[in-house]
Design a protein around this ligand. Structure first.
Ligand code: DGL
Length: 272
């Protein structure tokens, strides 16, 4: 495997950029090929079968870019598809759920953890399952927040409509006295300031992206495929692909990533 090859990162839309951003920060020597399935978003309200099919297509597309490893930067696809696609793959694949669950367990003091995510992630019960395996006495309270993804995709990150919806969604978790809240959808860290205001300063907000980037670095090291920081870059270090509306994605990505995103290419994912 070529150590110089890029890492593939994918999500249903812009949410996975919160994971890509963390990889760029923690492992700046790595090249990234990002795919956002903007034509078929949201994944959170789709069936497991559909999300597995979409994930397989995206992995086939990313393989055409010679990626050496893939990060499923989407909780819904991690919950529904990771195990299946891992078993089919000869390159390493990781998701975001294990990292998020581990961080939450390490951070809680009162053993009461809240999870917010899409209907798919919450319905799959995956966070509860992984957390209970790590610590059986943990109390987990889950709440799906289906309107958050469209609000983020529309760029309404700081808006009274978002505040109102977030207050309604989170009131049930506030009543459970959780001391840790997992942002169990990669879109949600983009609403961090709103979530922070509503939950209060005492609740730890867990963004699984941070731990996922650490897991990726360790994986690349253990497999001997981490890029040499000294090797020179040829071509674009970061490449972005979507299945719809490339310009909209480019401006959004530029607003949240450390450097300017010059272009995004639109592809027909159904061809893969
Ligand atoms: N950002 C994704 C997640 O982490 C998917 C959101 C969606 O498409 O519903 O679950």
């Amino acid at each position: 495997m070529d150590r110089d090859a890029p890492v593939g990162v994918f999500d249903s839309g812009v949410g996975g950029l919160t994971v890509a951003r963390e990889i760029m920060r923690q492992i700046p020597e790595e090249r990234i090929v990002y795919f956002g399935d903007t034509a078929r978003l949201p994944y959170g309200s789709k069936s497991k079968e559909t999300v597995v099919r979409f994930s397989r297509q995206i992995i086939r597309f990313l393989r055409t870019k010679q990626v050496k490893a893939i990060v499923i930067a989407c909780n819904t696809a991690s919950a529904y598809a990771l195990e299946t696609v891992q078993a089919e793959s000869d390159i390493p694949l990781i998701g975001v759920v294990n990292a998020g669950a581990r961080t939450a367990i390490a951070s809680t003091h009162n053993g009461r953890i809240g999870i917010i995510g899409t209907e798919g992630t919450v319905g799959s019960g995956i966070y509860k399952e992984v957390m209970r395996r790590l610590r059986p006495d943990i109390e987990v309270f889950e709440k799906s927040c289906p309107l958050f993804v469209p609000l983020v995709e529309e760029g309404l990150l700081h808006d009274s409509v978002t505040d109102e919806i977030a207050s309604r969604y989170l009131s049930v978790l506030k009543g459970k006295y959780v001391d840790t809240l997992v942002l169990g959808c990669t879109h949600y860290p983009l609403l961090r300031s709103t979530l922070r205001r509503i939950m209060g300063e005492d609740v730890v907000l867990v963004n699984p992206a941070y731990e996922t980037a650490i897991e990726l670095r360790e994986l690349l090291e253990s497999q001997g495929i981490k890029r040499n920081p000294q090797s020179l870059f040829t071509g674009e270090k970061y490449q972005f692909y979507v299945s719809d509306l490339a310009e909209k994605f480019t401006s959004f990505a530029s607003s949240i990533l450390p450097g300017e995103v010059k272009k995004t290419e639109r592809i027909n994912i159904e061809d893969y």
